[in-house]
Design a protein around this ligand. Structure first.
Ligand code: HEM
Ligand SMILES: [Cu+2]
Length: 841
């Protein structure tokens, strides 16, 4: 066992030593930041800016429909405005706000020093900012998407949206989604692997559970939308029919893919907010959370249920009655886990001695608004009512009660609760209370009346209505309400600015909270904890005031500095036993460059300059690979002392490093995308009009069989390379075989895809083409992995102990072999079956 590094002589010395390793350079160097505290705040600020933009658009909407026959913006611009409002609020505000919140808070809640992949955090941030800017830029240029935030086909197909408006949405949102997927993987791995020693799963603070489950929902909920966006963009740019019923496509496929994402999305937005509520209520009630376990179970149940409910957005499209009945009943069912949480919160307050501080005021606002939204939700789940209220302002009212109640109010409570943590200052609340009342009353005035206009038959998404409809006075009042609310928000912002500038400084833990994030000085240092605590009880029953000084003195784990490394601990997933020392990367501009290159790729696609897009893609790949030049080690280190006489290997020598898990979860998301693709082709085949096609398409056995063999060789090569390395011999030959197999498979797949007859002629041909292209993309990346392995071997990064790179590669090669063979078999089968005349409906 290696010796423990020398300890600092005082907390100040320790602070200086750690800061020298962890701090981000100033000036332009700030752009190289990868630290979670900095990026978390950046995410939240950017999200708030987008919220303000979305709010501005909401004002324009309300002005336009305040009275009948208004000529303020006109129908074309109105289409862009409400589409952008919905899009900005859902994709550029709610999700990124959650990401920033999680990135800032999670390591501190878990007793770690940073997230698992700091550079990925930064890359995600840049993708988000650039993608969002493309959307806003398009709006300023007057070519923003205008087909509604759910972009229904055929309205968003090239026939009815010929300009680039819809492409902006599809490409911009997919770009932003990259950051969401990155954040999801990162949150999952960080929660599962990076906790303080002793923090077993059932000792995690409740917030970590919420974030973990939300991240899992993103992992499985976003791929259908990403796939749908890719398919629709392929249809628009290259005329491959997927949604065009005249050529074997079906516009309902879009609705299914969209709502497979869209319904869970609402819970993805709500759950982090509910997590924040579960943290604040115990603090202000001065009583621990009642029903911790029931809440965890309820949230898991909710996550599962929410994936089975998407069809309730499609009650009016003409689906079988039995399905309607099923989804209607299931939709009512979600009320149960929601109720479990609400009762747990009420019970916590009832057993404690609640204190009506400003965050609690917002939480009361949340209760009222959210419960009303839930009630109208149950109404909408009733099919006969749904048929009446569908696409009226009643639905708009319902969705804002749920979204504003379930996300905006809790987040404003959270802002008041955690802002002192960011700044080290507390507010004097003189502006907070009037701000709350303006927002709360303005909200009800705006949205309660929309229930009524909806019931009176006012459709959503119309720019004008005739005076005879009799909706004028309701709409006018509603618009007045929205301005009251805006004044409230302005006051809220002012309040925060006053607090940041003039608030009273405090030493620590102003609310008397009992979770770990308060066991550090505020604002926090770049390394978060000077040493890591040992957790012996549930992590919401701690005493931060007693813990903080001892951690600052370096009495916990890793309370020293070794080799200038940025270290934190990795633990066993369930028990929380220390298992590895995770060494994190230093600040770097690479994420910024990668984000810019990816942005160039997206712009290339948007303006249909495909040569540029291809170059930018290549540049992105090269930069991403160059990230790893500072990853890993060239010699074996062996176990490192972590304090308390214990030791653990560095992560590149550990069995299950964070990056290994990241690959596992990335592949899980990828598999979801592939499954959606297969689902899509089956759906078209069974439901879409115009099947079977005149001629069948599919790979001939002459190419498919050798391709399958190549895939197997590659998979085997990847496996053997990893195992012979661990056994102590050179994996070079196996890696070479793997690379050869992948390259051969890529060539064969490309040839087969090119041979598909007329992919633009029929959805069958188009899906076969896309499935083969999917497999080809994976084998091409497989080649990169294999060659990369050879390069790492030559550069001295691999040894029997340091086999991580090859074990990660192995996961990819395994996955590629499996999906490749499914693709070959599936497309061949489809060709054979599509040729059988009896299938004809
Ligand atoms: C801040 C105050 C807000 C006001 C006054 C407001 C107002 C409106 C109005 C009037 C519409 C209907 C437009 C129409 O159908 O003609 C609308 C649509 C929508 N809003 Fe808001 N909204 C606000 C905040 C939010 C927030 C916070 C979210 C989400 C987190 C949100 C998400 C949406 C969505 C998804 C739509 C549907 C857009 C579409 O149909 O394409 N809104 N909003
Ligand atoms: Cu839903």
């Amino acid at each position: 066992m290696s010796q423990e590094p020398e300890r600092a002589s005082s907390p100040i010395e320790l602070h200086k030593a750690l800061s020298s390793a962890w701090d981000t350079p100033g000036g332009w160097g700030r752009l190289s930041a990868i630290n979670h505290s900095i990026l978390g705040k950046r995410f939240m600020i950017a999200a708030f800016v987008f919220f303000a933009i979305g709010g501005l658009l909401a004002m324009l909407i309300r002005v336009q429909i305040a009275t009948s026959n208004t000529a303020f913006v006109g129908p074309e611009v109105y289409g862009q405005i409400f589409t952008m409002h919905g899009t900005v609020m859902m994709f550029l505000f709610a999700i990124p706000m959650f990401e920033g919140f999680a990135i800032y808070l999670l390591p501190k809640l878990l007793g770690a020093r940073d997230m698992a992949f700091p550079r990925l955090t930064a890359y995600g941030f840049w993708c988000y900012v650039f993608g969002g800017s493309i959307l806003i830029g398009a709006m300023l240029a007057g070519v923003a998407p205008n087909g509604g935030w759910f972009m229904y086909t055929p309205l968003s197909s090239s026939t009815y949206s010929p300009g680039i408006n819809a492409d902006v949405w599809l490409l911009g949102i997919t770009f932003v989604e990259i950051s969401a997927m990155a954040a999801a993987v990162e949150i999952i791995v960080s929660v599962l692997k990076m906790r303080a020693p002793g923090m077993s799963l059932n000792r995690m603070p409740i917030m970590a559970w919420y974030l973990l489950i939300t991240a899992f929902m993103m992992l499985f909920g976003f791929p259908p939308l990403i796939l749908g966006s890719i398919l629709l963009e392929l249809e628009r740019a290259f005329d491959l029919p997927f949604f065009d019923p005249t050529r074997g496509g079906d516009s309902l496929l879009w609705q299914h893919l969209f709502w497979l994402f869209g319904h869970p999305e609402v819970y993805i937005i709500f759950l982090p907010a509910a997590g924040a509520i579960s943290m604040m209520i115990p603090t202000f009630s001065r009583h621990e959370l009642v029903g911790y376990r029931s809440i965890v179970v309820a949230v898991i149940a909710m996550a599962f249920l929410s994936f089975g409910l998407w069809v309730h957005h499609m009650f009016t499209v003409g689906i079988p009655h039995l399905a309607i009945a099923f989804f209607s009943a299931a939709s009512g069912l979600v009320a149960i886990p929601t109720a479990v949480q609400i009762f747990a919160w009420i019970a916590t307050m009832a057993q404690g001695r609640p204190r009506l501080d400003v965050p609690m005021l917002y939480l009361l606002g949340f209760f009222v608004v959210f419960v009303l939204g839930g009630l109208t939700g149950v109404m909408l789940a009733m099919v006969p009512f749904n048929w009446q209220a569908h696409d009226t302002h009643f639905v708009v009212a319902h969705l804002h009660y749920v979204l504003v109640g379930g996300f905006v109010f809790p987040m404003m409570a959270a802002a008041h609760y955690w802002l002192p943590h960011f700044t080290g200052r507390v507010s004097d609340h003189r502006l907070s209370v009037p701000a709350f009342w303006l927002i709360f009353s303005g909200f009800h005035l705006t949205f309660f009346l929309m229930h009524l206009t909806g019931l009176l038959g006012m459709p959503r998404r119309v720019a004008t209505y005739p005076a005879e409809a009799g909706w004028d006075w309701l709409n006018l009042l509603s618009s007045v309400g929205s301005f009251v609310m805006t004044i409230g928000f302005a006051l809220f912002v002012l309040d925060l600015i006053v607090q940041v500038r003039f608030g009273k400084a405090f030493r620590r833990n102003p609310w008397g909270a009992r979770t770990l994030e308060w066991a550090m000085p505020t604002p926090p240092a770049s390394y978060a904890f000077a040493s890591l605590p040992t957790i012996e009880d549930r992590a919401d029953r701690l005493d931060p005031d007693a813990l903080a000084p001892s951690l600052a003195r370096g009495e916990g784990y890793l309370g020293f500095m070794r080799n200038g490394w940025q270290e934190t601990l990795g633990v066993d997933m369930t028990t929380g036993r220390p298992e590895q020392v995770i060494v994190l990367p230093k600040p770097t501009f690479l994420p910024l460059w990668s984000g810019l290159a990816t942005g160039g790729f997206v712009l290339g696609l948007l303006f249909k300059t495909y040569w540029l897009a291809l170059i930018m893609l290549a540049v992105t790949v090269v930069i991403l690979i160059s990230w790893t030049r500072t990853t890993g080690a060239r010699e074996d280190t062996g176990p490192l002392a972590i304090g308390g006489g214990e030791s653990a290997p560095p992560h590149w020598e550990a069995d299950q490093a964070p990056s290994w898990w990241a690959m596992v979860f990335t592949l899980a998301a990828n598999a979801t995308l592939f499954a959606s693709l297969i689902f899509g082709s089956l759906f078209l085949w069974l439901v879409a009009p115009g099947w079977p096609p005149a001629i069948a398409a599919g790979p001939g056995l002459a190419l498919a069989v050798p391709c399958a063999v190549a895939l197997l060789v590659a998979g085997l090569g990847g496996r053997r390379a990893a195992s012979v390395l661990v056994a102590g011999s050179s994996p070079a030959a196996w890696l070479a075989a793997c690379a050869a197999g992948q390259t051969t498979a890529t060539i064969l797949l490309v040839v087969m895809a090119a041979q598909v007859v007329e992919p633009t002629g029929h959805a069958h041909h188009a899906t076969v083409f896309v499935i083969l292209a999917y497999a080809a993309l994976h084998t091409a990346v497989g080649t990169i992995f294999a060659v990369y392995g050879l390069w790492r071997l030559k550069a001295g990064y691999l040894s029997a102990r340091r086999s991580l790179d090859l074990r990660i590669g192995k996961l990819w090669h395994d996955y590629t072999a499996i999906v490749g063979i499914i693709a070959l078999v599936g497309t061949s089968l489809m060709a054979i079956l599509a040729g059988v005349p009896e299938i004809q409906p």
